[in-house]
Design a protein around this ligand. Structure first.
Ligand code: UDP
Length: 403
């Protein structure tokens, strides 16, 4: 069975036939996606599957990763933080490293990029590449995965100079769109229901993961899976858990995360989390390797409630992953989480640790509500956030820019 046919069992054969139809006029087109890390974080997660599926549709898709030194990632993490609202200027020295690093990467990538029919540049890290590819032949699209609803203006103004000459940009939500001189498209991300992260698991395997991390299957489990990043508010999760634990002493909390190679702040945040968790054997802070997909899957499936208490969130694939597993999510009332957590239906939106704690107590006292919300969550993901929908929208966008 081909890779695509396998999805027919999940989404129905018509969806696959539609993808093939949409791809036909694009057959042989050269498509290149560029980002700054092969593993860790949502963008890498998406590209890992989107590329082989696009190729199976007869499109010549590739994925390139730019490389950089410590100062480059310090600068781009600064972009990430400031586009998501932090007000910290970035030094000219770091901006210089940012531009020089892109110029250096362009030297290697130029033939591929200039020759491509479509180039998708993900997030700010590789945004200046276009400037260094003057003889480009195809359409260039800037794909922003960040919660850019309230960017720090001086930094956005700087980045906008690189983004404006693109042919189009893509944001996950209307609230993130910016004033730009080209068409903007709204395409939310997606998950792959057939990846290791999301496939059904044998109960014995799930049990082995619970054993490995000394989690008690008889007691309620709360989980947040995220990079250790302040925007994910892991300390707020611990506070919510502590507030709820006063009323529900048996609860356990897992904070599972790993680093992304383009995120230099992870270890500092991890230390803060470990300090906050110290002394409570029911808080399990798990530092996982980047290929721990089955473990994360098992932890999400073992949780009674999944938390994603972000204070800014581009989309939150972890929310989608949990909902697909039939879990109600208590999420921060921000960015892409709002697109997924329909308050009181597929989960709850919470602004504070107190709010999250209240919802934890409410749900754990009503197992039938957990079940009903989880079912709604799963069907909402099936209808809106699977990779087949994502692929369809990319194909439609390419066709729209082609003609
Ligand atoms: N993830 C992972 N290991 C970790 C932490 C996260 O594999 O230790 C995955 C997670 O399952 C999800 C993605 O990385 O698929 C994170 O995407 P999301 O949109 O939630 O957040 P981002 O990291 O892109 O801000």
């Amino acid at each position: 069975m081909s890779l695509l046919e396998a999805y027919a069992d999940v989404v129905g054969p018509d969806v696959i036939a539609h993808l093939r139809q949409l791809a036909r006029p694009l057959a042989g087109a050269k498509v290149v996606h560029v980002n700054s890390t092969r593993v860790g974080g949502g963008v890498a997660e998406i590209l890992t599957k989107l590329i082989p599926l696009t190729r199976e549709l007869g499109i010549d898709a590739h994925w390139e990763v730019i490389s950089g030194e410590e100062q480059f990632f310090e600068c781009t993490k600064g972009f990430h933080n400031t586009l998501q609202g932090n007000r910290t200027p970035i030094s000219n020295n770091l901006l210089n490293v940012f531009e020089k690093t892109n110029e250096r990467n362009a030297e290697t990538l130029r033939p591929t990029l200039e020759d491509a029919d479509f180039v998708f540049i993900h997030d700010p890290q590789p945004a200046p590449l276009l400037r260094y590819c003057p003889d480009r032949k195809g359409k260039w699209i800037w794909r922003c995965h960040i919660d850019a609803s309230h960017p720090y203006r001086p930094v956005w103004k700087y980045l906008r100079n690189f983004v404006a000459p693109y042919d189009a940009s893509i944001f996950s939500l209307a609230a993130f769109a910016q004033e730009l001189p080209h068409p903007q498209y709204l395409i939310p991300p997606s998950i792959d229901p057939l990846s290791e992260k999301n496939i059904e698991l044998e109960p014995q395997y799930i049990q082995s993961i619970l054993d490995r991390y000394q989690l008690d299957p008889q007691r309620p489990l709360l989980a947040q899976v995220s990079r250790f990043d302040r925007f994910k508010d892991p300390l707020g999760v611990i506070q919510a858990y502590q507030l709820a634990k006063q009323f529900l002493p048996s609860i356990q909390l897992v904070l599972a995360g790993g680093g992304a190679s383009d995120d230099p702040e992870g270890s500092a945040v991890l230390s803060e989390v470990q300090a906050a968790a110290q002394g409570d054997p029911d808080i399990h802070v798990l530092l996982l390797p980047s290929d721990a997909n089955l473990e994360i899957n098992a932890l999400q499936r073992s949780a009674d409630i999944v938390l994603q208490k972000s204070i800014r969130e581009g989309f939150g694939l972890t929310v989608t992953e949990a909902m697909w597993k039939g879990k109600p999510v208590i999420g921060g009332d921000v960015g892409g989480i709002r697109l997924q957590v329909i308050n009181h239906h597929t989960g709850f939106l919470a602004n504070t640790p107190e709010g999250a704690a209240l919802r934890i107590r409410y749900l754990l006292h009503q197992p039938q509500k957990i079940q009903a919300m989880g079912e709604k969550a799963q069907s909402f993901v099936r209808d809106n956030f699977l990779i087949t929908r994502h692929l369809r929208e990319y194909l439609t966008l390419m066709a729209a820019l082609f003609y």
